[in-house]
Design a protein around this ligand. Structure first.
Ligand SMILES: [Zn+2]
Ligand SMILES: [Zn+2]
Length: 343
């Protein structure tokens, strides 16, 4: 266990007294928020002012020590992330949106219309089908939503990707085998898989889920609905770089997601949304130790077998009003994630 770990050795922007780096100067650091020096292994030092903060006293809490440099809330307040330029071509390039001569145009509603028709024929006794997200109609609005995500991704040092990423040296795509799941994995029905495809193709055309990333002073980056979202809508897939859990057990990251929970723990996989990510990375978790926390939840996180591969989807589990923040339970399966300090 690391005690009062200093994460970076970057030179300080302001003069510091002799720093022999023995670590002993930090032994009696107290947390600036609760005033106590208890559990020193959970006290994080600001890279600018050197003051201490318990990981769990911070809002949003940090689950582990960040990989990169870290600024405490007072220090980071002076460093708001720079807004991504609201320029259509720049935004489309950032997200590698397929160029068509008239983008952004009015939505290609064809597929949605078709779905609507078939949906109306479904009798309520039948299994409930997933719905594709419904992008905002106004192209300007959509551009703003994309701008907010680009701002958040750049501030977090991540590149955009809407698919799971496989990297040489890490888990290969063939390692993502849903059949290895300990107690078997729910297979996404053919119909729902088609809906997922509709969503993916809309994304490629720049027709995005109606979501905005906002920077909340307490919660950090968080996501809110920019339009009514109906219960059972596929909001986004959870993506990032796929790696073996065994390689990440001491990882700094605070938002790893289980992808495969295999019989043999050596086969278990996680998604790491650090270098490559989409909007899922910025959606907040509920505090699942309190009833208020549970009431806030409006998304569920579900792992599915899609053509033999594991995929993680975030799906609305109730109707979501415009302006409502999105929350899901980080502990959907494993109940390992320490959420008791979440706001
Ligand atoms: Zn504290
Ligand atoms: Zn500071």
């Amino acid at each position: 266990m690391v005690v009062l770990r200093r994460r970076t050795q970057a030179p300080k922007p302001h003069p510091v007294a002799t720093d022999d780096d023995s670590g002993s100067d930090y032994e009696d650091t107290c947390c600036e928020i609760c005033g106590s020096g208890d559990i020193p292994s959970k006290i994080l030092l600001c890279d600018y002012c050197d003051k201490g903060f318990h990981l769990f006293c911070l809002k949003p809490i940090l689950v582990s020590v960040p990989k990169s440099s870290w600024l405490c809330p007072p220090c980071s307040r002076h460093r708001q992330p720079k807004d991504f330029p609201l320029i259509q071509t720049t935004i489309l390039d950032f997200f590698r949106i397929q160029r068509s001569p008239t983008l952004p145009q009015n939505l290609t509603q064809e597929s949605l219309k078709k779905r609507k028709r078939s949906c109306s024929l479904v009798v309520s006794k039948k299994r409930r089908k997933l719905l594709p997200f419904n992008p905002s109609e106004d192209p300007e609005r959509r551009l703003k939503q994309m701008q907010s995500l680009a701002t958040a991704l750049i501030a977090s040092g991540a590149k955009f990707s809407d698919e799971l990423t496989y990297r040489p040296g890490l888990a290969t795509r063939s390692a993502n085998c849903a059949a290895l799941e300990k107690e078997g994995m729910q297979v996404l029905s053919k119909e729902d898989a088609e809906t997922l495809n509709v969503c993916k193709n809309m994304m490629k055309r720049g027709e995005w889920p109606p979501l905005t990333v906002i920077l909340d002073p307490d919660e950090g980056f968080t996501v809110q609905a920019d339009r009514f979202i109906k219960d059972l809508t596929i909001v986004t897939e959870y993506v990032g770089v796929v790696d073996y859990l065994k390689n990440r057990e001491n990882d700094d990251g605070d938002s790893m997601m289980t992808l495969l929970c295999a019989d043999d723990p050596l086969d278990s996989l996680v998604i790491c949304p650090y270098e490559h990510a989409n909007i899922a990375r910025f959606i907040s978790g509920i505090n699942n130790h309190t009833p208020e926390g549970k009431r806030k939840q409006n998304l569920k996180c579900v792992r599915y077998d899609v053509n033999g591969e594991c995929r993680v989807l975030l799906i609305a589990n109730k109707d979501i009003r415009k302006g409502e923040r999105l929350y899901y339970d980080y502990n959907g399966y494993e109940h390992e994630y320490p959420t008791e300090h979440f706001v």
